[in-house]
Design a binder for this molecule. Structure first.
Ligand code: PAF
Length: 293
C-alpha cells in the first residue's frame, strides 16, 4: 500500500532521504482515479525510483458554477487502486494545508496562451492550475512529473511554467488512454447518462475522421475550415454543444503564438483539439496527425 501523507512537512521529510540517490516522480491528480491515471503511474515507474501521486481537488482552478462541490472525492478507492500499480506515496493535503489564505494573494499568470481553447470558456482556470502545480513542484521537488496528453493545453502551460520559472523538472507526456469504443478516459465521464455514454465516442470518431483527411497536405491547403465545419455539424447533430474544434500545429510555440494550420505553410505535424459538453459532462479530446510531406 502507498504511504499517505496529508501534511507538507511530513511528505517533505519522507521524500528527503531519496533525493540525493534516487529519481523521484510526481503524478499530480485530483483523485477519482481511473485506468488513465494508473497508466500515468506506470509510466512514472519507468522513469523514476519513487512515485508520489498527489490527490487534491484544487479550488483555485474551478470557476463559479463549475463542479468543484460535486467533483467526486474517493480517497480510499484511489489509494487501493494505487496499491495495484505500486505507487510509493500519496500526498492528499487539505485545502487549508495547500492554501493558508484562499484565494492566495500570490498569483501565477499563464498569459496569452490562455486566450484560446479551454482558457476562453474557463477564465482563470489555468492560473489556478499554475499555482497548484507550482506549489506541488516546490513541496515535492520531483525530478520528473507526468501529465496526460488529453489535457493538451494544460500540458503546454506546464511546459511554459517549467521554462519560465526554471524548474529543474522533466515533464513527461502520457498518451491518452481510451475505453474500447474510443472515448478518452476522464473522471467527468461518470456525469454521462447511459444514453449519453453511447453517444460520447462520436467525439473521437470525428477526430479520427478529420485526422485521416489531414494526413494528406492537399486537404489542408484546400481549406481545413470546411472539413472542420462539417465535422462540427456532425458532432452537434449527435447531441454535443461544442466549445471549440480547432486544428493547430503540434508545437508548444504554435500554441503560444496562437498559430492556425493555414498560417504554417511549412507545417509540421498537426493536432486537432475539441472540447464539447454532452449533458452535464464537458469532454476534451485531441488527435495528433502526421502530415505526409
Ligand atoms: O489535470 C488535473 O487533474 C489537474 O488539473 C492537476 C494537474 C492535478 C492540477 O490540479
Amino acid at each position: 500500500m502507498p504511504i499517505i501523507h496529508h501534511r507538507i512537512k511530513e511528505l517533505r521529510a519522507a521524500v528527503k532521504p531519496y533525493r540525493s540517490q534516487q529519481r523521484v516522480a510526481l503524478v499530480p491528480t485530483m483523485g477519482n482515479l481511473h485506468d488513465g491515471h494508473l497508466e500515468l503511474v506506470r509510466l512514472a515507474k519507468q522513469h523514476a525510483d519513487i512515485v508520489i501521486v498527489s490527490i487534491f481537488v484544487n479550488p483555485t482552478q474551478f470557476g463559479v458554477g463549475e463542479d468543484f462541490d460535486s467533483y467526486p472525492r474517493t480517497l480510499d478507492d484511489d489509494v487501493a487502486k494505487l496499491a495495484t500499480v505500486e505507487a510509493d506515496y500519496v500526498f492528499a493535503p487539505s485545502i487549508d494545508e495547500m492554501y493558508p489564505v484562499l484565494p492566495p494573494p500570490t498569483l501565477i499568470r499563464a498569459g496569452t496562451i490562455t486566450d484560446q481553447l479551454c482558457g476562453q470558456s474557463r477564465p482563470g482556470h489555468f492560473d489556478g492550475v499554475g499555482i497548484v502545480v507550482s506549489k506541488l513542484f516546490n513541496i515535492i521537488q520531483p525530478d520528473i512529473a507526468i501529465f496526460g496528453q488529453k489535457d493538451y493545453q494544460q500540458l503546454a502551460i506546464i511546459k511554459q511554467l517549467v521554462r519560465d520559472l526554471s524548474y529543474p523538472i522533466d515533464i513527461v507526456t502520457a498518451p491518452i488512454v481510451r475505453a474500447v469504443d474510443g472515448l478518452a478516459l476522464s473522471s467527468r465521464n461518470q456525469y454521462l447518462s447511459s444514453a449519453e455514454r453511447k453517444i460520447a465516442p462520436v467525439l473521437h470518431q470525428e477526430l479520427q475522421c478529420l485526422a485521416q483527411q489531414f494526413v494528406d497536405r492537399k486537404h489542408i491547403e484546400q481549406g481545413s475550415d470546411i472539413l472542420i465545419a462539417e465535422a462540427g455539424k456532425r458532432i452537434t447533430a449527435a447531441g454535443f454543444v461544442i466549445d471549440y474544434l480547432e486544428v493547430k500545429t503540434d508545437q508548444l510555440e504554435s500554441l503560444l503564438n496562437n498559430d492556425t494550420a493555414e498560417s504554417q505553410t511549412e507545417a509540421q505535424d498537426l493536432i486537432i483539439l475539441v472540447a464539447a459538453a454532452l449533458g452535464r459532462a464537458r469532454l476534451l479530446d485531441n488527435q495528433l496527425v502526421t502530415v505526409n510531406q
